[in-house]
Ligand binder design. Sequence first.
Ligand SMILES: [Fe+2]
Length: 182
Amino acid sequence: VFDVDVFISKCKAAVEYGNGQKEINSLVKNIMSEPSNIIKTFGEPTKAEVQKLYVSKTLTILHIVWGPQMMIMPHDHQMWAIIGIYAGREDNIFWRRIRGNEKGKLKAIGAQSLEARDVVSLGPDVVHSVTNPLERHTGAIHIYGGDFFNEPRSEWDPESYEEGQYNVENTLKKFNTSNCDL
Ligand SMILES: [Fe+2]
């Protein structure tokens, strides 16, 4: 079984005394290698949600369940991020600002489809959008090297690709909408 409290302690130690992002990346890879253990702890993912497991100024640990075919517009984090998937699939598109564009417009530079057991480690400047392409829920653990809910950062309008201020409430609303759609 995946022990949430032990995991939190190890992540805190990695940030405070250890090798931070690199060490947590290894921890998450290790945990994601047995997805059934995580399902034993959280249950099969059936409800879209952002569950705060731990939040401090230097570390945020979230259990995230994406609803079927849910989409999150392009955004950056302004802190490192590690994403591990234990059920379903999470398709990432990676973006870059078009040089010289005063509205901060984006162009796509790559994509990565993640499924159970996959882990990615992202730098603070990475811009990505996320889609669950499946008809069922996707379960993930996301870890960030800062306070995910209070760090000012950017998101991009999915229609115009113009840069704006990230609104965490709008993102959280999408999880509720996803549950209402079912
Ligand atoms: Fe993200």
